[in-house]
Each structure stands twice: as structure tokens, then as C-alpha cells.
Design a protein around this ligand. Structure first.
Ligand SMILES: [Ca+2]
Ligand SMILES: [Ca+2]
Ligand SMILES: [Ca+2]
Ligand SMILES: [Ca+2]
Length: 502
């Protein structure tokens, strides 16, 4: 009898709980209002995606301000410095645009349903084996005896063998050149920190501001003669050439991340080096990664874009003679912190999949989040479905390739916002694919004062396998911007992870 009764009892308790949850009119009202107001700009977050104190002190005040509810501050607080004010004041209404009772209901819904602390150990940290696939070498330049490297950009050009390493300085930015034999060549001074270089190392994108900003002072510069190709860009972070209208000439796409405002802009090259703006592909901030891939397999590369701010999402613009055709592929909650995207056929079924990382944790003091990590969305019947998740706090960059040469795709990742206890082991991980969705993790112990914010890959030593380059940002931003004078002299600008396959 007990066997029969028990499930019935559990079931009725479950129904009772469900009924109770649905009967609370306050929660229900708050949730419906959140769907209506929050859902007009981004995916509606769940209260348990942040802890209660972050909702109260950081997120809810910012969100209320968009509807004219400025307490505990005032409107001027949100408008910021004059240079930004002109660009963002339209976002902050002079009168409230949401009923005060409705705003109170939304606040109460999130505050009451949020946990005191975020769940920290829902899944046990995956085991890691000693790094065997790569040999780790530290590469520094003579100038790093005195200056701490703050690497935000690392890029390898296979034809010339040139490695470019860039970052901010106290004022301005710099771009160092190295040979593929790890010899430092020279340094170029820049107006601000670089975020990306063209595929042929022909141009460099300067952010204007290391942190998200609504003062558009970024630029695109030709490296050959230092001429300015584009200026007044809103904190640009990626650039790509692609022929989206199939007229035989590639347009220039710039991810203007911005902050509260930004855009995904598109330019036509009228004469060499002269770019004319076309209608932006998107008028929203947060575009962080631009990728080329023939997603619909019609023989023409398409533009796939990861957006990381507010309305976090992956969008595609399919190349088409009548103009690019836009489609949204995936959407994520605003607390996700999307950070990187690669497009690869991970399960070898002939269809391109999305390998995605979310681990940006710098909108406020970082707290570990169990939903930070690496996800693989497999292409299945016209949709992308999450079929793999690897938890990784603070993951910031991904590379996907068949690193061990056994025919399947492996994943390498770096993380920046890693909790102190995990930092030495989990700032880098190499996931060797065994049999999808099974991967085996390897790592190495990171020295102190090394933090990896960027990574790239390529056959650096020309022996036929893919090596990795990890940029060293020798400081941890939540502790404050590191000084230019190195605390520990001789810090490497980057690490070369030399593949042992060949
Ligand atoms: Ca296509
Ligand atoms: Ca596939
Ligand atoms: Ca492999
Ligand atoms: Ca190699």
C-alpha cells in the first residue's frame, strides 16, 4: 500500500505547492508586469539569476531609471558626464512612464523571490587533468621589465608570421609586434586601447575607452600609413569584411559596442580607404563578436553576431542579392554576460553549430554564477539546441579546432573573472572531445599576476598543428586598474601554448 500511497502523496503536495505559488496575487502581478515592461527590451530575467543585494543596489535602480523612477538617486545621476549626456538623455524620461504601483510590484517581485546568495555549487566542478596537449612558454619583451603588460588584443597573421599584442596605457594604448619565433620587433603608440585588427593586419580598431562608454571616440586606423579610416565610433570591439549584398565588393562591418547606446554599423568602400556609412544593421548596443560562416549552406558566407549587453543574443544576417536578411537565432537573459562565439560543426554531422561562452562578470562586483560557462548549440531541424554545458566562471574567450588531430573538434577557453580559490587552475581549460557530448578537461597552474582576457590560435611554429596564444592582462580590474609600473618585473606579454601533436 505504501508504494501506491507515496507517489500520490508526493503528487498532491506538488500540486498544492503549485497552486499556492499561482495563488499569490502579488507575485503573479509582479511577474506579469515584468514580462510586459522588462520584456520590451530584453529576455525577462528570473529573480534567482542574481542575489537579492545586487537586485536592490545595482540592477533595479538602473532599470527603474528607464521609466523615470530615479530613487534613490535623481535623473542627473544617470546622465553622467557631459560628453555622454547628449547621447543618452533621451533614454531617461522627465516624467515617469510607468505607474508607481506597477513599479513597486515589479521591485517586490524580484526582491522577494531573489535568493540571499546565489547557488554556488549546484554542479561539482568538473575534474581537470594536467595539460599534456600543449607546452606552455612565457613570452615577454624588454620593455616589460618595467611596464606591466595589459593585453586586451592578440592576433596572429599566418602569411607574415607576425604576432600583434595590444593594450591600454595610462593614457592611450600600444601595439607590440613579435615574430612567430617570439622575438619582440617594435611598439606603436595608439590613441587608446586596441580591440581588434583586420584579418590581414592592415588596420587596427581603437576603442576610445577600455570600459563600456557612450562617448563615441573610437577609431579605425590603417596600419601602413597611420591614416584614419573611421572615427567617432562608439567603443568599437570588432571589425570584419563581408559581401552581404552579393555585389562582388565586401562591405566593412563594425561592432560598435557602446554602452547604453551603440550599433552594428556597415560601411561601403567607395574608393580604396574611403568608407561611406550604410544604414546600420542594428541600432542596439553590445555587439561584441562578428563571425563569417555560411550558415544556410547556399555557398555565400553570412554574418553572425553575438550581442552581449542588455538584449543578449545571437543574430544572423544572411547574404542576399536584395540585401542582407536578418534572423534571430538565440536570446539570453541580461545577466548572462555573453563573451565569445565560434561557429564550427562540433558533432561532425555536416551542419554548423554554435559554440558560445558567457562569463562577463564586470557590470558590478563579480559574484560566481553557476550559469557561466561554455555551451554548444547543435543545429537540429532548423533550430539551435543546447546539447552541452561546461561550467566555467568568468569565461571570456574560446577557440575551437581539432587540436589533437584525431578528427573531432576540441575547445580551448580562457576565463578572467575567476573566484580567487579557483583562479590558478581554472583560468584556462582545454577540452578534448571524446565522443560528443563528452569532453575531457586539461589545464595548467597559472602563475600569480597573470590574467587571461584574450586568446587566439594558429599554426605559430609552422609545423602543421594549431597552437594557442594567451594574452596576459597583468592585473585584476575589480581590484582597480593595475598600475603601469609592474609589481613583478618581467611579466610575459603573452603565453605561447605550443601544440605537442607534431
Ligand atoms: Ca549563406
Ligand atoms: Ca553539427
Ligand atoms: Ca580532436
Ligand atoms: Ca603548430
Amino acid at each position: 500500500m505504501l508504494r501506491l500511497l507515496l507517489p500520490f502523496f508526493v503528487l498532491s503536495l506538488f500540486l498544492l505547492l503549485l497552486t499556492c505559488a499561482e495563488e499569490d496575487p502579488g507575485i503573479r502581478k509582479g511577474r506579469l508586469l515584468a514580462d510586459q515592461y522588462c520584456g520590451s527590451c530584453h529576455l525577462v530575467p528570473e529573480p534567482d539569476q542574481l542575489n537579492r543585494s545586487l537586485w536592490i543596489s545595482e540592477v533595479l535602480p538602473k532599470m527603474g531609471a528607464y521609466f523615470g523612477h530615479y530613487a534613490p538617486y535623481d535623473r542627473a545621476f544617470y546622465l553622467g558626464p557631459d560628453q555622454e549626456k547628449a547621447n543618452i538623455q533621451h533614454l531617461y524620461p522627465l516624467e515617469t512612464t510607468m505607474d508607481t504601483a506597477d513599479w513597486r510590484a515589479i521591485r517586490e517581485y524580484f526582491i522577494n523571490a531573489a535568493p540571499d546568495r546565489l547557488e554556488e555549487d549546484a554542479a561539482e566542478a568538473p575534474p581537470l587533468w594536467e595539460l599534456e596537449q600543449f607546452a606552455v612558454r612565457e613570452i615577454s619583451a624588454p620593455l616589460h621589465q618595467k611596464l606591466a603588460p595589459l593585453t586586451t588584443l592578440i592576433s596572429f597573421h599566418e602569411e607574415s608570421g607576425e604576432i600583434l599584442v595590444g593594450g591600454p596605457k595610462r593614457s592611450g594604448g600600444s601595439l607590440d609586434r613579435f615574430t612567430n619565433g617570439s622575438q619582440w620587433i617594435d611598439r606603436r603608440e595608439l590613441g587608446s586601447a586596441p580591440s581588434a585588427v583586420g584579418a590581414q593586419h592592415e588596420m587596427v580598431l581603437e576603442m576610445g575607452s577600455l570600459l563600456p562608454s557612450d562617448f563615441a571616440r573610437g577609431s579605425l586606423t590603417q596600419l601602413r600609413d597611420s591614416s584614419t579610416l573611421l572615427d567617432n565610433l562608439a567603443r568599437p570591439v570588432d571589425v570584419l569584411r563581408i559581401d552581404l549584398d552579393l555585389d562582388g565588393q565586401e562591405e566593412l562591418i563594425v561592432a560598435e559596442y557602446g554602452n547604453l547606446i551603440g550599433r552594428l554599423s556597415r560601411f561601403e568602400e567607395s574608393t580604396p580607404g574611403k568608407f561611406l556609412p550604410l544604414t546600420p544593421l542594428a541600432a542596439t548596443p553590445g555587439a561584441i563578436r562578428l563571425r563569417r560562416a555560411d550558415l544556410n549552406a547556399d555557398g555565400h558566407d553570412d554574418l553572425v553576431v553575438l550581442f552581449a549587453q542588455g538584449d543578449e543574443r545571437i543574430d544572423v544576417w544572411y547574404s542576399h542579392a536584395a540585401g542582407p536578411k536578418h534572423e534571430q537565432l538565440l536570446r539570453f537573459p541580461p545577466s548572462y554576460g555573453s563573451s565569445d562565439l565560434e561557429i564550427v560543426d562540433v558533432d561532425d554531422d555536416g551542419k554548423l553549430d554554435l559554440v558560445y561562452a558567457n562569463g562577463d562578470n564586470f557590470d558590478y562586483q563579480p559574484v560566481p554564477k553557476i550559469y557561466h560557462g561554455i555551451r554548444v548549440f547543435l543545429h537540429r531541424q532548423g533550430q539551435y539546441r543546447e546539447e552541452f554545458f561546461y561550467p566555467m566562471d568568468g569565461v571570456y574567450g574560446l577557440e575551437v579546432a581539432d587540436f589533437d588531430g584525431d578528427g573531432d573538434q576540441d575547445i580551448a577557453a580562457v576565463a578572467y573573472y575567476v573566484p580567487p580559490a579557483e583562479r590558478s587552475l581554472r583560468s584556462f581549460v582545454y577540452l578534448e572531445q571524446l565522443n560528443f557530448p563528452e569532453f575531457r578537461g586539461q589545464s595548467f597552474r597559472k602563475p600569480r599576476d597573470q590574467y587571461y582576457m584574450c586568446m587566439t590560435r594558429g599554426d605559430i611554429d609552422g609545423d602543421g598543428d594549431q597552437d594557442l596564444l594567451l594574452g596576459n592582462f597583468a592585473g585584476y580590474l575589480p581590484d582597480g586598474m593595475p598600475g603601469e609600473n609592474a609589481r613583478t618585473p618581467g611579466q610575459p606579454a603573452y603565453l605561447l601554448l605550443e601544440n605537442r601533436h607534431r
